[in-house]
Design a protein around this ligand. Structure first.
Ligand SMILES: [Ca+2]
Length: 244
């Protein structure tokens, strides 16, 4: 009889253990399934985010013109965007810091990235403006540089590789004026600004502030046309953005 009770208790214990194990296993499975579902949802969300992030937009050339709106530059220091219906894209940028005539103050260095389709040479011009109250050649220049030395000047009948920031200058009031030449100091020379890209790819342009209250509307890189045609064609054109 005693043995029977013990046996029954033993069976009951085994049964209890089985029920508890089954319950725990079931709970764990549910918890595991929940975690797996959450993981799947997270993965799906990540994939959605990635496909949204996958669209990359680039500033590209169109009809021989690569236009860089000044307001698309990554601004740093005392540069600000100003809205103006006279400006291309309805905006220009203005430098409101101090003059920096002898060297570059990198606090006010700004840059922009763009994409070139193949090896090519461009003429570099801009649309700029001086404030109405600016005297003579005040507020009319910047420091300019294409990183990796793609810029070229023409000095003493020779092509010169531009390895550092150089002064770029022109004049204009009222409407934004097309123009821009290099004002080199060693040796002293004035030159048009060309840039030669060796292959298709992404490049950048850097500008550093030189004169207070200078206003920049857009940069124009042209190829396969005269300067006059580039001026005419670029007047009403804004930058071309390609997203894929
Ligand atoms: Ca503009």
């Amino acid at each position: 009889m005693k043995n029977t009770i013990s046996t029954n208790r033993f069976h009951a214990s085994i049964l209890s253990l089985f029920v508890i194990t089954a319950f725990l296993f079931n709970s764990c499975s549910k918890e595991q399934s929940k975690i797996e579902m959450e993981n799947i949802e997270e993965t799906e969300n990540e994939e959605e985010t990635q496909s949204e992030e996958a669209e990359v937009c680039k500033i590209v050339e169109k009809d021989g013109l690569l236009i860089l709106e000044a307001e698309s530059f990554d601004l740093k220091g005392k540069w600000r965007v100003v809205e103006d219906e006279k400006a291309s894209g309805g905006k220009y940028i203005e430098y409101y810091g101090s003059n920096s005539y002898n060297s570059q103050n990198l606090t006010h260095e700004i840059s922009i990235k763009f994409t070139i389709n193949g090896a090519s040479k461009y003429l570099v011009k801009w649309y700029m403006r001086q404030p109405d109250e600016a005297e003579g050649d005040k507020s009319n220049d910047v420091w300019i540089y294409f990183p990796n030395n793609y810029g070229r000047a023409w000095v003493n009948d020779q092509s010169v590789v531009l390895e550092q920031y150089e002064k770029f200058v022109s004049r204009g009031k009222g409407d934004f004026a097309y123009g821009g030449v290099l004002d080199l100091h060693n040796p002293k020379a004035s030159s048009w600004y060309n840039v030669e890209f060796p292959a298709a790819g992404e490049y950048s342009l850097k500008i550093c502030a030189r004169s207070e209250f200078f206003q920049l509307d857009k940069i124009v890189l042209s190829k396969g046309m005269t300067n006059e045609v580039a001026m005419e064609k670029s007047k009403s054109r804004t930058e071309t953005i390609s997203c894929e």
